[in-house]
Design a protein around this ligand. Structure first.
Ligand code: ZN
Length: 462
């Protein structure tokens, strides 16, 4: 393997990354560079220099009044450390190969940019001259020699761990912890270190009188008893706040460097799909898990087929469909509902004609996460966490296996692929299948909420 700017920047964060599979090409990085190309018409793109068995590529190189400029287009909203790491490598190699550059520029995204009907790349990018910052960086040559030698020796054990154990996927931070591990304690902070200094290495060894938060105490007791904890009164009180007929609502949203629709900003969460299941009555206390089929369901999508090449899509139709599906006076129930509320309020800004209805929907939204966040229900295998995907298989028999799209990242990437296909005038041939897979994924979250609600109803005080 040849050391290049991408690997160098990864190694600068953790040497162990040198021996991992190269990460997938980043959609945002690629689309940002492609858009950037349109504002530098006289530049040479993806300019590569090879020297001494190494390879360095910058997004663009151009000359103006006898000076040479090298450019990196970054999807971040500022000059990221990673960009500087890449560029210090390029700067060193370009100079060594006899291709000197006078100015090093990072074109990053302006987070205040609001997209009009058409994208304005000149307004989207902020240009930062990082030439001086690169000049001041020490040790570049030593790092290049070290990483190249590590790669040549092909000996992963010689790579230094970065020391950021929990934050680094290469240094063991991502390994699964068992439920007795103090690092899993809810809002643990520095508590694991304190426990260690008191000679306590397992949750089950924490003495009853030890100072813990109420949720940590519930967690400790559940680990010791090996049983789930249910606060029947709190669960009943929560269930009583839901007014029927209720709507279980879930959004899928994309977040990207380049705002997808008019009125949207870089990196904001832009909804493109919803699924709404109508529950006429509260779940029966005795209903077995899974007996929730056959309920009326509505869904809507900002269909890529009605997006033109300027990126104008039928978002209004989506909003109208959403309002129709959530009409009525009952509760709207979502899991982690702060997200749904934020989406609804943001749509109200974008569609003033529907603002009062959208805000009314946000006000009617109840958060199914609440009883879990409060540990009114807690299963010892939650390991201090309470996301939908953690809770679902523990409280019910449900899971996310067997779906073509099974996580939010996949959903985001799949929808973006459809949009960019339309915009380039080459629609994806499997568009309908992708939308169907997205709907199944979104529907799965709604179904999960339905199952959880039924399971909670089984925890009512009789
Ligand atoms: Zn590391």
């Amino acid at each position: 393997m040849i050391l290049n700017e991408t690997m160098y920047a990864r190694a600068a964060r953790c040497e162990r990354a040198l021996f991992e599979e190269p990460s997938e090409p980043d959609d945002d990085r690629a689309s940002t560079a492609e858009l950037g190309a349109s504002i530098l018409p006289n530049a040479v793109f993806r300019h590569e220099v090879r020297y001494a068995g190494l390879s360095a590529t910058v997004d663009a190189v151009y000359e103006k009044r006898g000076r040479r400029y090298a450019v990196l287009f970054g999807p971040g909203t500022g000059v990221r450390a990673r960009y500087l790491d890449e560029l210090e490598f390029c700067r060193y190699l370009f100079a060594a190969a006899g291709f000197p550059v006078d100015f090093w520029h990072v074109y990053h995204i302006d987070k205040k940019y609001v997209r009009g009907v058409e994208l304005d790349p000149d307004a989207l990018f902020v240009v930062a001259d990082v030439s001086n910052r690169l000049m001041k960086r020490d040790g570049v040559e030593q790092r290049i020699l070290r990483y190249a030698a590590l790669l040549a020796a092909a000996d992963p054990s010689a790579a230094q761990p970065c020391g950021k154990r929990t934050a680094c996927p290469y240094c063991g931070g991502a390994t699964a912890k068992d439920r007795d591990d103090p690092a899993t304690l809810h809002k643990a902070g520095r508590l694991p270190e304190k426990l260690a200094s008191d000679g306590i290495s397992r949750i089950s060894d924490i003495p009853a009188e030890y100072r813990l938060s109420p949720t940590q105490r519930i967690q400790r007791d559940a680990v010791i008893s090996r049983h789930e904890h249910r606060d029947y009164d709190a669960i009943s009180a929560f269930l009583d706040t839901i007014a029927y007929p209720a709507v279980l609502l879930d959004f899928e949203a994309i977040s990207s460097a380049i705002p997808p629709f008019p009125g949207t900003r870089p990196w904001e969460h832009v909804p493109f799909m919803y699924v709404a299941r109508i529950l006429a009555h509260p779940p029966a206390r005795s209903a077995p898990n899974g007996a929730v089929g056959g309920k009326p369901e509505k869904w809507g999508v900002v269909s890529p087929s009605v997006c033109d090449q300027q990126g104008v899509c039928d978002q209004r139709g989506f909003v109208e469909s959403l309002l129709d599906a959530t009409a009525g006076s009952g509760s709207i129930v979502s899991f982690g509902a702060e997200f749904e509320k934020r989406v609804l309020r943001r749509l109200a800004e974008l569609f003033p004609a529907h603002a009062s209805e959208l805000i009314e929907r946000a006000d009617r939204t109840i958060d199914l996460l609440e009883p879990f966040e409060a540990f009114a229900y807690y299963h010892p295998d939650q390991k201090g966490k309470c996301s939908l995907k953690v809770v679902l298989p523990l409280i019910t028999d449900g899971g996310y296996d067997g779906l073509a799209i099974s996580d939010g990242g996949d959903a985001n990437a799949a929808y973006r692929r459809l949009l960019s296909g339309r915009r380039s005038g080459r629609p994806e041939p499997d568009e309908d299948d992708v939308i169907d897979a997205l709907r199944r994924y979104c529907r799965q979250d709604v179904h999960a909420m339905d199952l959880i609600l039924t399971a909670l109803a089984g925890s009512r005080r009789v």
